[in-house]
Design a protein around this ligand. Structure first.
Ligand SMILES: *[C@@H]1O[C@H](CO)[C@@H](O)[C@H](O)[C@H]1NC(C)=O
Ligand SMILES: *[C@@H]1O[C@H](CO)[C@@H](O)[C@H](O)[C@H]1NC(C)=O
Ligand SMILES: *[C@@H]1O[C@H](CO)[C@@H](O)[C@H](O)[C@H]1NC(C)=O
Ligand SMILES: *[C@@H]1O[C@H](CO)[C@@H](O)[C@H](O)[C@H]1NC(C)=O
Ligand SMILES: *[C@@H]1O[C@H](CO)[C@@H](O)[C@H](O)[C@H]1NC(C)=O
Ligand SMILES: *[C@@H]1O[C@H](CO)[C@@H](O)[C@H](O)[C@H]1NC(C)=O
Length: 906
């Protein structure tokens, strides 16, 4: 078991070193893009959304309110309806020990279109779930106040899902006050059905999604429509330390009527199977499903199921998207083996493959023509043998494997919450499935799959306060494609693309966005789905080959005059996270690593200016796509020495800021003196020789202790943007982490072996492997071994806190959240601090004592503790005084300097 867990940890580490996932090419800050917001004061928890495409209305279920908004502009409210809990109910709820201010309210959880004039709505209603009919014409409730038990959770914190199929509501939720009785039910006057209340049917499920898939109209087998449910539940088939979660797909048939004697008023067609989302060769299992989107399109042969997953213990913030084709799912349910519970002496029940005879008609199958031919006209006619079998064997032994046998996308430092997928035809006719995936930090990733890899086109910050996105909808009506996202604080409407943000042809093409193309005549980047007709002259290349662009681009040239010995700040910003900034001086590449220069996120600093520094500086952005390099001039600055001494030129020749989001700004010139501005052309040349000069821009590691004067004179150098680590840095970090981890393991096992840590040894190991922050990422080996051998009962320790921890990951912070006690405390704080005080470097002893930091700008050194310290390496001397220095590298990002120090007890 321990070995197993060890492999799990090991697999994770390997994984960390390998798969970081693609970096979003563009990061749109919240204020950079135009989004439409809706929220009302005093109203919160906008978590249920329903889109009516025919009516162009977005219905929003919030806490005690239902809104109808104009789907084209959600800021326009059409109707609102207050649906409050009565005072009496609230008091009663509070008496039962629930919070009167929060829980004992009415959280709208079900909003489904019943027919043209009515919505079916349910709310938690102070732990007395209630459903009603909402008249869309008067926007009033019918006042029916139906008991919502089984359709809507009691507790607003509990999971729920529902789907309306032919005026009947299918829902997955819990059936009682405590939330301990899970149920998948159909609310229908003719034939209400529900699941059996038994662990093999549902075992502490967390419901995420439900949808109907209609039978193929043209097929002759008379198959039924099927309703699919997606949830994560506690495994019955595998035993592990603590609870092992398993992602499931379950399905029922629409024409199911229940059994006559056995399974009366219960599903006779309820079957479930495990969804697999793993990277087998990296031993990584994603076993929590967070959301599902079923892509149905006339251009698709069959629907494709997209799911977003996270691992059970997800402290490193890994997420994956897996896609399944429907035929694989149907195959498992219609042909797969069943599982059977087998009682093993002195142990729990264990589930094994059932190899015995399977009754006829096949248990759990929908009634089709074949069954009808054998005179089974409805589920009420099914023989007891079949019904008894499905009652005892709702779980399939075969699992549903993803298309391509691996995830479509794996991304770290992010927790994906919701997904929608749009299927679009690019200019050249190729069809792309564009995935929009929201995060628990209020962002949205837009990704396409290209040549077996993923390309994340952009990341958009939908919510300024970084709160989790709880629901996501896509409207892909012709010419009107929007995304709607709901959260606790409000609803946001976003266009599917920001084509007009790209101001050059190269930028427009390098975005590799199927929605966007360059229109040479107008010299603008357009959304092709908003145009009435498509023209041949438009330029788009999803492969990112921009060589057909011939930009004649406006370009700014900024004139600066300076004094001897002063510092110049030359601004230049570029948006692409995949591009590199290169500075040229008099047409030669500038060696920005020299101490004379410092590259900041959006500027270049030149210190101690002298005559030789005057001339033309060009800032270029170079982006490589598939071995082709495209470069464009972003900014041009002319520096000139000022001869007359007594004019009022500050120490810094300040350049006018170029707009952060537009790479090629207007012609402008700012200088204290008469300035000249001129227009020149940008040459876009695919460069074949790669000369990488600097790493792309990042905040510079420097010190607050000195050079305050210098930095005070440069107001705008604070990097406000959360940057993604480039994979190089990540690799270095991971390598170091891995190295010290191995070292640690060696020391530990040595000490263990030597018996220096007699009693602690086992405990330490279990803490190491399962405790604080390690992800038990892989269960496949473990599962296998458990499936085949008996359960190691003794080893099941008091590890009960195995629930997926709520959003602890750092999201987009630059630093991997892998502090497992070996890292210096306070590391997780570092990026945030770095944001506020970008030049603050902390120096801390391993005793926790803080030392002063001083810097030696001339030599580019930073001293910790002792000013006289020379360039010592990291040393951990016998006394706990720790001296170290950090070399300032102008081209490096601020990385929290963390090195694990191990103290071995003597
Ligand atoms: C819609 O459903 C309601 C409730 O079942 C029913 O009263 C009404 O007649 C239906 N309307 C239409 C147009 O079908
Ligand atoms: C409702 O929103 C508030 C924040 O506005 C949040 O703290 C609370 O957890 C939310 N409740 C539910 C049930 O989502
Ligand atoms: C069903 O058959 C009709 C005519 O036979 C055809 O036009 C249609 O595309 C088919 N639909 C599907 C989903 O195959
Ligand atoms: C569905 O996926 C499986 C597994 O990747 C593949 O073998 C099969 O060909 C796919 N079916 C279709 C119709 O694409
Ligand atoms: C369309 O362009 C993409 C990207 O360059 C290419 O992979 C694809 O083969 C093209 N499709 C067609 C039909 O030419
Ligand atoms: C500034 O440059 C001059 C030469 O132009 C040099 O003599 C001087 O030492 C430099 N000052 C600093 C602080 O680097």
């Amino acid at each position: 078991m321990a070995l197993c867990a060890f492999y799990a940890v090991w697999g994770l580490l390997l994984e960390l070193a390998v798969a970081f996932g693609p970096v979003p090419r563009i990061t749109w800050e919240h204020r950079e893009v135009q989004l439409i917001h809706f929220h009302e004061s005093e109203v919160s928890n906008y978590s249920t959304l329903l889109l009516s495409e025919d009516k162009d209305t977005l219905y929003v279920g919030a806490r005690e309110v239902i809104f109808a908004l104009n789907a084209v502009n959600i800021a326009e409210k059409q109707h609102e309806l207050h649906w409050k809990v009565t005072e009496d109910k609230r008091t009663k709820c509070a008496v039962k020990g629930k919070s009167e201010q929060t829980e004992c309210r009415n959280y709208v959880r079900v909003l489904q279109q019943l027919n043209d004039t009515f919505l079916y709505v349910c709310g938690t209603n102070a732990f007395q779930p209630t459903c009603d009919y909402l008249n869309l014409i008067s926007f009033e409730l019918g006042g029916k106040n139906e008991d919502g038990k089984g359709r809507c959770p009691f507790d607003p914190a509990q999971s729920y899902t529902s789907v309306m199929v032919d005026e009947e509501l299918y829902s997955g939720t819990s059936y009682n006050f405590l939330g301990s009785e899970p149920i998948i039910s159909r609310h229908s006057y003719q034939s209400p059905l529900r699941t059996e209340y038994a662990i093999p049917w549902l075992n502490e499920p967390s419901f995420v999604f439900a949808d109907v898939i209609r039978a193929d109209q043209n097929s002759t087998d008379g198959e039924d429509d099927k309703i699919y449910f997606f949830f994560t539940e506690v495994s019955v088939e595998y035993e592990f330390v603590g609870k092992l979660m398993i992602p499931r797909i379950a399905r029922v048939c629409k024409r199911d009527q229940g059994g006559l004697r056995t399974l009366q008023k219960k599903w006779t067609s309820f079957l479930k199977a495990r969804l697999i989302c793993t990277i087998p060769d990296k031993n990584l299992i994603f076993n929590i499903i967070n959301d599902v989107f079923i892509l149905k399109s006339p251009t698709l042969k069959e629907p494709v199921i997209y799911g977003v997953f996270t691992p059970q213990l997800n402290n490193v913030g890994l997420s994956a998207v897996c896609a399944y084709n429907l035929s694989t799912v149907e195959e498992v349910f219609s042909k797969g083996k069943y599982m059977q519970s087998a009682t093993v002496e002195q142990s729990h029940t264990k589930w094994v493959r059932y190899n015995g005879e399977i009754p006829n008609p096949r248990p759990g199958a929908c009634i089709n023509n074949e069954a009808r031919a054998s005179n089974y006209m409805s589920s009420l006619n099914l023989p007891d043998k079949t019904l008894q079998f499905v009652k005892d064997h709702p779980l399939m032994d075969d699992s549903v494997t993803p298309m391509g046998d691996r995830p479509r996308l794996v991304k770290r430092d992010v927790k994906y919450t919701q997904i929608v997928v749009d299927r679009v035809r690019a200019l050249n006719g190729t069809i792309y499935d564009v995935m929009f995936i929201s995060t628990d930090r209020g962002a949205l990733h837009k990704a396409i799959s290209y040549e077996n890899g993923m390309h994340i086109i952009e990341e958009t910050q939908l919510f300024p306060n970084f709160e989790p996105v709880q629901s996501l909808l896509l409207s892909s009506k012709k010419g009107r494609r929007y995304l709607y996202a709901g959260s606790n604080s409000g609803v946001v409407q976003s266009p599917v693309a920001f084509c007009d943000k790209y101001t050059t042809c190269v930028d427009c093409v390098l975005a590799r966005d199927p929605y966007c193309a360059w229109k040479p005549l107008e010299a603008s980047c357009i959304d092709i789905f908003k145009e009435s007709e498509i023209e041949r002259s438009w330029i788009q290349n999803i492969g990112g080959d921009a060589s057909s662009c011939s930009d004649k681009v406006r370009e700014n040239s900024l004139q600066h005059t300076f004094k001897h010995g002063s510092t110049a700040e030359l601004k230049c910003s570029q948006k692409s996270n995949l591009a590199q900034v290169v500075w040229k001086f008099k047409d030669d590449v500038l060696r920005v690593e020299s101490p004379k220069y410092r590259l900041l996120e959006k500027a270049l600093l030149i210190f101690n200016l002298s005559e030789g520094d005057s001339g033309v500086y060009q800032c270029l952005s170079e982006e490589k796509v598939k071995n082709k390099k495209f470069s464009q001039v972003l900014a041009k600055h002319v520096l000139e020495l000022k001869k007359i001494q007594h004019t009022t030129v500050g120490p810094t020749a300040a350049a006018a800021p170029t707009e952060g989001n537009s790479d090629v700004p207007k012609v402008s010139a700012v200088s204290t003196e008469g300035s000249t501005a001129h227009i020149s052309t940008t040459h876009v040349v695919p460069v074949t020789t790669a000369r990488i000069v600097t790493k792309p821009i990042g905040p510079v590691l420097t010190s607050a202790a000195s050079n305050t004067e210098l930095f005070n004179s440069i107001p705008d150098t604070v990097p406000e943007k959360t940057m993604f680590l480039k994979s190089n840095d990540n690799f270095l970090l991971m390598f170091l982490f891995l190295f010290f981890f191995i070292l640690f393991l060696c020391l530990l096992s040595y000490n263990c072996y030597k018996g220096y840590l007699p009693g602690q040894c086992l405990k330490f190991r279990s803490v190491m492997l399962l405790g604080k922050k390690k992800t038990k990422s892989d269960f496949s080996d473990c599962e296998q071994s458990v499936k085949e051998t008996l359960v190691e009962q003794g080893s099941v320790s008091h590890q009960s806190g195995e629930q997926p921890k709520p959003a602890h990951d750092t999201g987009y912070e630059t630093e991997p959240d892998c502090g497992n006690g070996q890292l210096q405390p306070g590391d997780s704080q570092a990026p945030r601090e770095a944001k506020d005080k970008p030049f603050d470097v902390k120096c801390e002893l391993n005793t926790g004592k803080q030392l002063s930091v001083s810097s030696d700008m001339e030599r580019g050194l930073l001293h910790c503790g002792s000013k006289t310290g020379t360039e010592k390496n990291y040393s951990n001397s016998a006394s706990d005084l720790l001296e170290w220095t950090v070399r300032i590298q102008p081209d490096e990002k601020t990385l929290p300097v963390f090195f694990p120090f191990f103290q071995i007890q003597k």
